[in-house]
Design a binder for this molecule. Structure first.
Ligand code: AP5
Length: 217
C-alpha cells in the first residue's frame, strides 16, 4: 500500500501516520522530519532547507523529490509506505507518479485531512516536541508528557516548540498550503484516489476513519 496524507499544517498527518505505521508496519516518510534531521546534522541539504523552513515557505521541489526518490528505494519501503507531507505541490505529485511508474508502482490511496484554519493555529501553537525521543505533545489537547522520557527514563522529556510554530510563521504556512498544496486535492480527485477525513475530530476518531477508508481498498 502506497498511501499519501495531504492536509494543512497541524491537521494531524504526523500523529495519524505514526499510529498507522505502528499498526500496519508501513514506514512513515515525513519530508518535514527528514529535513529537520538534515538541519540538525548540518548537512548540505539541511543548510539549503533551513531558511525556507524558518520562513514557512516550501523547500524547492527538486530537493524533496530527490530525498523521497532515494528513500523509497530502501528495503523497508518495498511492501508499502505512508507519505506524510509529500507531495506538496503539483510538480512534486507528477514527479512521484513518474518515479513510481518507473518501478511498476503507483499511489494507491490519498487521504485528505480537512480542518478550519483557526483551529489549526491552536493546534500548532500548542504543540511541543521532545528533543530526545521525538514524542509529540500538546499543551491544551494532550497528550501530556509522563514522568520519564521513553528514550531516557532517568529524565523527563525535554520539550521544545518548533521554530515554525510561532504565529507569523504559522500564518505563512497556512497561506502556502492553500496556494500550493490544496490543488493536490483536485489532482488526486481526478485520479479517483481521494478520500477525506474530518481532522477536527479526536485522534481516536480520525484513526478509526482512516482505518475505515483503508478497509475499502
Ligand atoms: P512538516 O513537518 O511536514 O509540517 P506540516 O505539514 O506543516 O505539518 P505539521 O507537522 O506541522 O502538522 P501535522 O499535520 O503533521 O500535525 P501533527 O500530527 O504534528 O513540514 C515543515 C516544513 O518543511 C514545511 O513548512 C516546508 O518548509 C518543509 N517541507 C516539508 N515537506 C516538504 C515538501 N514536500 N516540499 C517542500 N517543503 C517541504 O499535530 C499537530 C498538533 O496537534 C500536535 O501537538 C498533536 O499532538 C495535535 N493533534 C494531532 N491530532 C489531533 C487531534 N485529532 N485532536 C487534537 N490535537 C491533535
Amino acid at each position: 500500500m502506497i498511501l499519501v496524507f495531504v492536509g494543512p499544517p497541524g491537521s494531524g498527518k504526523g500523529t495519524q501516520a505514526k499510529k498507522l505505521s505502528a499498526s500496519k508496519g508501513w514506514p512513515q516518510l515525513s519530508t518535514g522530519d527528514m529535513l529537520r534531521a538534515a538541519i540538525s546534522a548540518k548537512s548540505t541539504l539541511g543548510v539549503k532547507a533551513k531558511g525556507f523552513m524558518d520562513r514557512g515557505e516550501l523547500v524547492p521541489d527538486q530537493l524533496v523529490i530527490d530525498l523521497i526518490s532515494e528513500r523509497i528505494d530502501q528495503p523497508d519501503c518495498q511492501k508499502g509506505f505512508i507519505l506524510d507531507g509529500f507531495p506538496r505541490t503539483i510538480p512534486q505529485a507528477e514527479a512521484l507518479d513518474r518515479v513510481l511508474h518507473s518501478k511498476n508502482k503507483k499511489v494507491d490511496q490519498v487521504i485528505a485531512f480537512s480542518m478550519l484554519d483557526q483551529e489549526l493555529v491552536r493546534r500548532l501553537s500548542g504543540r511541543r516536541v521532545c528533543t530526545v525521543c521525538g514524542s509529540m505533545y500538546h499543551l491544551e489537547f494532550g497528550p501530556t508528557p509522563g514522568a520519564s522520557c521513553p528514550a531516557n527514563p532517568a529524565r523527563e522529556c525535554q520539550l521544545e516548540q518548533r521554530s515554525d510554530d510561532y504565529p507569523d510563521v504559522i500564518e505563512k504556512r497556512l497561506k502556502v498550503y492553500h496556494s500550493q498544496t490544496e490543488p493536490l486535492v483536485s489532482y488526486y480527485k481526478t485520479q479517483h484516489k481521494l478520500e477525506s477525513v474530518n481532522a477536527a475530530h479526536s485522534p481516536d476518531q480520525v484513526e478509526a476513519d482512516v482505518q475505515t477508508i483503508l478497509k475499502k481498498k
